[in-house]
Ligand binder design. Structure first.
Ligand code: YSA
Length: 349
């Protein structure tokens, strides 16, 4: 077989195979097989050394001409296949701009957050400023300054999560009351604040008790503040939150940081005070504790108890929601069941 015949055979086969390459990968494989370092044509060029010297120049020229022809054919085929590939990908990625958009999932504030905002608004109208305090507290603020010294039996009833006992005893606050002392240490009377926030108690959970829940503390200190002011403020709260027909009840209760102390209840809005599952058949729902700030607490923060008096209260935020919206189990609020939470969904502004 002459050199030219061999080259013609390679040429014919190469162009036929390139013509059938349907995608870029096949075309690149073709290039490797014919034009690559170990390709057929390269091997042919290397073999030229075995020819008689007088035949080599012509054979070399013919082989190089074929190489250029095949390279040009490959370049044209590659360009065509790349363009076809781009067209295909563009067609696949095409967006139909006339399709209606997907509805974005819009969240809503948690019912407890909503209730805290509502309570802050109600108290703001009565002149109370909303402030916040730490959830990780020292026993000094959580107990000592509230007239509950370490040897006092009342300390045991708070079911406290203790975080550290090394230097200062560090606890998760069991109530929002430590903010009474923190606030009074920072301001001089007149003081009027409410303090919403999380509290923690190492308690068995049931329909009305969670280990993590929210309270709203209230504190007013000034000259001539009386129990009548406390009753008036809490009655107004019940009126705004539950409606003018609700009745309120104050019964004697004991908290070491008040004198006298009361528990504050509202007649059950679900059953109208007749007795139901939510109010445990009593007709009343306890909202929290309250009272006149104990003189020792005032003294502890440097206030003169002869000059100043004050009232304070601590209300259960989940309890108020349960009562107003007929929720039978406090555990629902932290349960993360979207079917429950969506019932409180509000448009965000
Ligand atoms: C009392 C007098 C004051 O001058 C100021 C504040 C207080 C309240 C006091 N610091 C306190 O924590 N009292 S309390 O233990 O009775 O809790 C108040 C309210 O928090 C309860 O009425 C209830 O509504 C809510 N609460 C308490 N433990 C709870 C709870 N809510 C859900 N789960 C729990 N485990």
């Amino acid at each position: 077989m002459t050199v030219q015949t061999s080259l013609d055979t390679i040429r014919e086969r190469a162009l036929a195979e390139l013509g059938t390459a349907a995608d870029l990968a096949t075309a690149r494989d073709w290039e490797r097989r014919f034009l690559g370092a170990k390709g057929e044509l390269t091997a042919f060029l290397r073999g030229l050394g075995a020819l008689p010297a007088e035949e080599r120049p012509a054979a070399g020229r013919a082989a190089n001409t074929l190489k250029q022809e095949l390279s040009a054919a490959y370049a044209a085929r590659e360009t065509a296949l790349a363009a076809a590939d781009l067209d295909r990908r563009l067609a696949e990625d095409a967006v139909d701009v006339t399709l209606p958009g997907r509805q974005p999932a819009v969240g809503s504030t948690h019912p407890v957050t909503q209730m805290i905002a509502e309570l802050s608004d109600i108290f703001a109208l009565m002149g109370f400023q909303t402030v916040f305090g730490p959830e990780v507290e020292t026993a000094h603020y959580n107990f000592d300054l509230l007239n509950i010294p370490s040897d006092h039996p009342a300390r045991d009833v708070w079911d406290t999560f203790v975080l550290d006992t090394d230097e200062a005893e560090i606890v998760l606050r069991t109530h929002t009351s430590p903010m009474q002392a923190r606030t009074m240490e920072q301001r001089q009377p007149p003081v009027r604040v409410v303090v919403p926030g999380r509290c923690y108690r190492y308690e068995a959970q049931d329909a009305s008790h969670e280990w993590m829940f929210h309270q709203l503390e209230g504190l007013a200190v000034d000259e001539r503040i009386t129990m009548a002011d406390l009753k008036g403020v809490l009655r107004e709260l019940a009126r705004q939150l539950f409606g003018p027909e609700r009745r309120v009840r104050f019964r004697c209760d004991f908290f070491p940081f008040v004198e006298p102390g009361v528990d504050f209840a509202v007649d059950c809005a679900i059953c109208g005070g007749k007795g139901c599952r939510v109010c445990k058949q009593t007709g009343w729902l306890e909202m929290g504790g309250a009272g006149m700030v104990h003189p020792k607490v005032l003294q502890g923060v440097g206030y003169d108890p002869e000059r100043y008096t004050g009232f304070a209260f601590g209300l259960g935020v989940e309890r108020m929601l349960m009562m107003r919206d007929g929720v039978g189990d406090v555990r629902a609020f932290a349960g993360n069941d979207l079917r429950f939470l969506r019932q409180f969904a509000r448009a965000q502004v």
